[in-house]
Design a protein around this ligand. Structure first.
Ligand SMILES: Nc1nc2c(ncn2[C@@H]2O[C@H](COP(=O)(O)OP(=O)(O)OP(=O)(O)O)[C@@H](O)[C@H]2O)c(=O)[nH]1
Ligand SMILES: [Mg+2]
Length: 454
């Protein structure tokens, strides 16, 4: 695979823009030794930090600090790398970068260092993505999962499936090539059992990845209900803030209010909405329309009602609307007034109902537990979850579908060529995850979302 500009020496300020204690200019490529020589007046021994002055073209000092050199291939990118650690000023770090570029380097594109690490086989694609996910990690669990993927655990699991698949495929292809063998390899129950076992392992990885994708992408949680039932009070409780305005006047919330909340390590985007009701107030009506729209792409809807009210018609409409969401929980609020006990119950139709008092802070721990359970289908512990992206989940879903087709070809038709063809599709889908089989435009798409200097 040859990429445009792959032979260039690239440079970037690798630390965040702005003032700080230290700024690091990172340089990677064939000109590193030359750059070191010209800026530092010496070429530092690999992997040992030296204190030096950074000089401009006429010998003046731009800054002083530490220089660190790595030799190809034992560096992050697999190329010669130089890091210049100077003072963290906006202008001084830009002057350093300009000096490096004067000597023949060019500014790196977003993610270009990591792209080189991938192209030079230092890391695979899933690991490269894990670097970005680690940087963007919105919770401690997300960070831990990204760390696991970065260490290669996810990739090894995928590669393990792929190796087993290749073995099975060559076995099946061999039996196509030698149809006269006395042994009917395809018809052997072991072959079907082997295929089924492999399929189940991929399905388990898919389940772990789906939960990991929740950790990475966050969950859109919408709080909906009639006016004055305590939706904004609930948002404030979940977010442990008083962001949303709470009054005893029905129709207080009009603009949707959003808060980022982490519950049991899972990041949630919690939306408080205007109370549902027929209204002649044009502003409130827009709020109600927005509330309805917010529910349409929610991952989870909390339908809030007043525990003193019998489920009225408006609640029923709301529950129906919420039924389109992948998950919902009915929250019966104000139990301090109704006198009912807190807790979560499961209805006949498997609807969860949580009884709470947002005002008094009763029953909220149980509600939070139910929320996390609904979206992760199990405890959200990270130990058995892979930090996965939608791309990985899609590829695993495609692999699984190909497995299922292969199995029915094997069992129903005993058709070796078709089984092998389906298995090849599963193999390619798995290969996309680690980048063993990845198109250039996919790479461009992935790396362009990285930050500069990474
Ligand atoms: N007693 C009691 N009062 C509550 C409880 N939760 C909320 N309230 C009160 O109910 C009133 C309405 O609360 P909000 O949180 O503003 O209700 P809302 O659903 O956001 O209302 P709108 O924005 O108008 O749709 C306020 O006076 C709250 O203090 C509760 O659990 N118990
Ligand atoms: Mg409100």
């Amino acid at each position: 695979m040859s990429h445009p500009g792959a032979g260039d020496t690239i440079a970037a300020i690798a630390t965040p823009p702005g003032r700080g204690g230290i700024a690091i200019v990172r340089v990677s490529g064939p000109l590193v030794v030359e750059v070191a020589h010209r800026i530092l007046g010496r070429v530092p021994a690999p992997r040992s930090a030296v204190y030096v002055r950074f000089r401009d073209g006429s010998g003046g000092v731009i800054d002083d600090g530490l220089a660190l050199r790595f030799e190809a291939p034992g560096s992050f990118t697999g190329e010669d790398v130089l890091e210049l650690h100077g003072h963290g000023g906006v202008v001084v770090s830009r002057m350093m970068l300009e000096r490096v570029c004067e000597l023949g380097a060019r500014p790196a594109k977003a993610g270009e260092f990591t792209l080189r690490a991938f192209l030079n086989d230092r890391i695979d694609l899933a690991q490269a993505e894990a670097i970005a996910d680690l940087i963007d990690g919105a919770s401690a669990s997300a960070v831990r999962c990204a760390r696991r993927s970065l260490s290669g655990e996810f990739s090894r699991t995928i590669e393990g499936h792929r190796d087993a698949l290749i073995e099975l495929r060559s076995f099946i292809e061999a039996s196509i090539d030698f149809p006269d063998e006395e042994l009917d390899l395809l018809g052997m129950p072991e072959t079907a059992a082997h295929l089924a076992a492999l399929r189940d392992r991929v399905a388990a990885t898919l389940a772990d990845s789906q939960r990991g994708a929740v950790l990475r992408n966050g969950v859109k949680l919408v709080i909906a209900g009639a006016p004055n039932v305590g939706k904004s009070s609930l948002l404030n409780r979940l977010a442990r803030t008083d962001t949303a305005i709470v009054t005893d006047i029905p129709g207080t919330t009009r603009d949707p209010v959003r808060e980022r909340v982490v519950i049991a390590g899972v990041p949630f985007d919690v939306h408080d909405t205007a109370g549902f009701r027929e209204t002649s107030d044009p502003v409130e009506r827009i709020g109600v329309e927005r509330a309805a729209r917010a529910m349409d792409d929610a991952d989870l809807v909390l339908v809030v009602t007043d525990d003193r009210d019998a489920a009225g018609d408006s609640d029923r409409t709301l529950v129906q609307r919420a039924a389109a969401a992948p998950a919902r929980i009915v929250v019966r609020n104000k139990i301090d007034l109704s006198g009912r006990r807190p807790g979560v119950t499961v209805g006949e139709d498997r609807t969860l109902t949580a009884r709470v008092s947002a005002l008094k802070g009763i029953g909220l721990a149980e509600l939070e537990e139910a929320i996390v359970e609904r979206v992760t289908r199990g405890p959200a512990v990270c130990e058995d979850v892979f930090m996965a992206r939608r791309r990985h989940v899609d590829a695993l879903v495609r692999a699984l579908a190909a497995f299922d087709r292969a199995r029915s070809r094997l069992v129903a038709d005993n058709a070796g060529e078709l089984v092998a063809e389906e298995l090849r599709e599963a193999q390619d889908a798995l290969g996309e995850i680690t980048g063993a089989f990845a198109a250039d435009d996919l790479l461009a798409h992935i790396f362009s979302s990285f930050c500069i200097g990474k």
